[in-house]
Structure formats: C-alpha cells, structure tokens
Design a binder for this molecule. Structure first.
Ligand code: PA5
Length: 447
C-alpha cells in the first residue's frame, strides 16, 4: 500500500535540493533528541510512541461507549477548545459526507461543537435546537480549567439535566480530562460521569489520537483502529530513519525551514477538497502554537481552492513575496462523477464531456501550481493516496513529527504555549475574577 509522501521538486527555483539536504545533520540530531527524549519539552513526547502502543482495551471501551451514544442521541456535542477540539473536528469533517447535516440520523448522531468560542448567539441558538432533539455530550479539557469549555459545559449540563433529569443526564455525559487534577476531574468524579484520561505526557495539540479525538471520531461512526493503523505506519517509518530523502517528515521539516531562511515567512496550506478545511485549522493550531514564539516562526495560513483562487488567489499571485504553499494533493477522491454531454452546449463545456470532475480539479491544481511558481511562490506537495481513516491517521502523525523536528530546527520548544496566557490574564482581570484583584486594578487604570 502506498504511503503519503512529500514532493519538493517545485521549490527548486527558490532553493536547491542540496540546501535542503544540508540540514541532514541538524535533522539527525533533532530526531535523536526526540526519540531519546532529551530535547526541549521532553516531558510532552508521549505522542511519539502513542499509535503503536494504544491499549486494545481502551479502543474497545471507546467503541462500546460510542455505540451506546449512537443509539440514544441524534446530536452529540463535543465541548472543547484548541487541541481539545480541532483534532476531532479535522478528522470527522475530512471523513464525513459534505452534506452530513442533511443525512438520516438513525444511529448516526450529528456532531456539533461548543466551548470553542464565547458567542452568546452561538450558545443560545444551540440550546434552542437542543430543546427538541435527543442529545449527549462530551466535555474535553486536559487542564480542566479552561474558561470557554467550562462555561459552555455549565450551560449545556444545566439544559441536559432539566430535559432528562439528573440521573439520565449522567448517562449522557463523558468527561475527558487529566487523571487526577483540575476542576473538571473533580466535577466528573462528584457526578460519577464516564471518564477518559488525557495522558500527562501528551499536550493538547498532539492529543487527537488519545480519547480526546478518538471518542468523538468513534461516535461519528468512523473506524478508530484504522486511524491508529495509519498513524502507526508513519510512526514505524519515522523510527526507521531520519534521512531527509527517505523520511517524508524530515523532508517537509527541512524544506519549510530552508524556505523560511530565504524570507518566505508565511506558509499557506492549500486544499482542493472542502472537507479538508478543518484539517487545515488543526494544522494551523499545531504549527502556530508550536513554532510561533521567541520572535520566530513561520506564520501558518490556509486556503481552500478553487474557492479562494477567486479571492486570495490575487494576493498569492502578485502580493508580497513572503509566501510559500504546501498543497494537500489527494490522488483519489472517495466518489466519481462524470461530466455529461449536452446537445446544445450553450455553456461550451462539451470538450469536458465524459471526463471526471476530479480531472478538472487536478488540472486546476497543476495550473495554479505553475502560475504561483512563476509568480514567486515556492510549492511543496504532500501527496495523499486517498481520504480515509488510514491516510488521515498517517497525515496526523506526519504533521506532528514534522512539527516537532521543525520546531527544534528553529530552536524553540514546540510543546509549550506561554503566549496564550496573556489574553486570559486580561480577561480575568476585566471580569474581576477572584485572585486577580491586582490585575483588575491595573487594567482598569490603564483602560
Ligand atoms: O495545544 C494546547 O495545549 C492548547 O491548544 C489546549 O489544547 C487548549 O488551550 C485547551 O486546553 P485544555 O484542554 O486544558 O482545556
């Protein structure tokens, strides 16, 4: 079976392949630091061996709980933010029908999300919908103290208890959090919720292959064993070699850093399949939160082609030359649609009759790549044989490992996120949260 692979032929006009290969020593030592757990943030490397070591009993338990939820709920709410939200959504949306919300809901709950914003309209509209629907939910927070999911959970728990009574509500909530600490753990223990643990040594944005991602993905009806099998294959491949030419994760990490050194400060992840939108969102979080620190880091952006060729396409072609693109190039879509012949041919499309829509999409991809290279935008291509659990699993591990290698090349700790505290401090000060009295006084004087 083919694996996902990386093609850097289209960076040649901007950087030589030799310049990429010159990073081999650095890659070797970073790879070694990761595998031997000796580098920065080494207490958060549990994700490296995770796929191959996933406990069979855990999988069985998650599948069992998921089946129970699928039988009783029309809607399943996933409450979480950042790494406790994006991984599950990325996988579910990638694998789902593009029109999932219109499909029959028999034993197939619609997955909706909460706790990823603080919009009163969003929450109020969700609560209104839930008045007339059967639902269940999971609340996911590694720290167990994050404000956004805690607030959403308080509202939804209240609604659920009013609707079903406390006893039945308990059967409809699954908590995923730390094994021993945090407000959510305490609440889950007090209420007796079904609980899964986020391992200590796996940070939020690297946690999609723990119950954080696996439970929602299983409830959505996807095969989590195949997802893990795909990730395990990448884990195996990475463990065998750190050679840039043989390890696609090493190649991607090296190539993007060479381009960064040449002033390409923004990386745009490009997809031609709308159901990869949230994969891009997950990737943006993974790379943005892991690398953007100490005044360094490639800025991760995303576009959805061909839609955005009619908006951002102009900037990419002719705007500031600080961009490079990484294309998620899918070989085989899940479905086949042929373009019909039309007697009148008023739209002039008969030259395409009998050909697959995917052929047109592929030519749009090639044409765009050529145009953007000519416009000064280097192009890395990630070749994905198809969109299914196995290849999405490969892609997850691929991006996680490449991100860790890349962060080490930059010289940062890819496993912390000190910068996200600043907004929280101000928000708590402005809301006069107990314990933040000094900050409240300070911020009120200034603003
Ligand atoms: O990657 C990370 O660590 C963060 O994005 C977290 O996942 C996010 O802040 C949510 O944290 P928690 O799961 O503790 O609620």
């Amino acid at each position: 079976m083919k694996n996902i692979s990386v093609n850097i032929d289209n960076i040649k006009e901007f950087a030589t392949i030799n310049e990429v290969i010159e990073l081999q020593n650095e890659i070797n030592s970073n790879h070694k630091s990761l595998m031997n757990r000796t580098g920065k943030g080494n207490d958060f490397l549990g994700w490296i061996d995770l796929p191959g070591e996933t406990d069979k009993e855990l999988i069985a338990s998650i599948n069992q709980v998921a089946t129970r939820i699928r039988e009783k709920a029309e809607i399943f709410i996933v409450i979480g933010i950042g790494g406790s939200y994006l991984g599950a959504r990325a996988v579910i949306e990638a694998l789902s029908n593009n029109f999932e919300f219109l499909r029959n809901r028999d034993n197939n709950p619609l997955i909706v999300y909460a706790g990823q914003n603080i919009s009163e309209d969003y929450l109020s509209e969700l609560l209104e919908i839930l008045d007339n629907r059967d639902y269940a939910m999971t609340v996911i927070s590694k720290s167990g103290t994050t404000t956004e999911p805690a607030l959403a959970f308080r509202l939804l728990k209240n609604h659920l208890e009013n609707k079903y009574g406390k006893e039945e509500a308990r059967n409809r909530i699954v908590a995923i959090t730390d094994k021993s600490k945090g407000a959510l753990k305490k609440l889950a223990d007090n209420e007796g919720y079904q609980t899964y643990v986020v391992p200590d040594d796996v940070g939020g944005r690297y946690s999609v292959l723990t119950p954080v991602g696996l439970l929602p993905i299983a409830v959505a009806g996807f095969d989590i064993e195949k997802l893990i099998a795909g990730a395990s294959e990448m884990q195996r491949l990475n463990a065998v070699t750190s050679s840039i030419q043989d390890n696609p994760m090493a190649m991607y990490a090296a190539a993007r850093n060479v381009l960064y050194e040449k002033g390409k400060l923004i990386e745009i992840l490009v997809n031609y399949q709308p159901n990869l939108f949230y994969l891009t969102e997950w990737w943006k979080q993974l790379y943005g939160e892991s690398e953007g620190k100490e005044g360094k880091g490639i800025f991760p952006a995303g576009v959805n082609f061909t839609s955005d060729l009619h908006s951002m396409g102009q900037y990419i072609q002719e705007g500031q030359r600080i961009l490079f693109e990484t294309v998620l190039s899918v070989d085989n879509p899940k479905n086949e649609v042929k373009i019909p012949y039309d007697e009148d041919n008023l739209d002039g499309l008969n030259y395409l009759a009998g050909r697959r829509v995917n052929k047109v999409n592929k030519m749009a991809e090639l044409g765009t790549t050529i145009a953007h290279i000519e416009g000064g935008v280097p192009n890395i291509r990630i070749e994905i044989p198809g969109i299914n659990e196995y290849y999405i699993g490969q892609l997850i591990y691929f991006f996680e490992m490449a991100c860790a290698l890349s962060g080490y090349i930059l010289g940062v700790n890819p496993f912390d996120q000190p910068g996200v505290e600043a907004y929280k401090r101000n928000m708590f000060a402005l809301l006069a949260k107990p314990g933040f009295e000094k900050e409240t006084e300070k911020i009120r004087k200034k603003n």
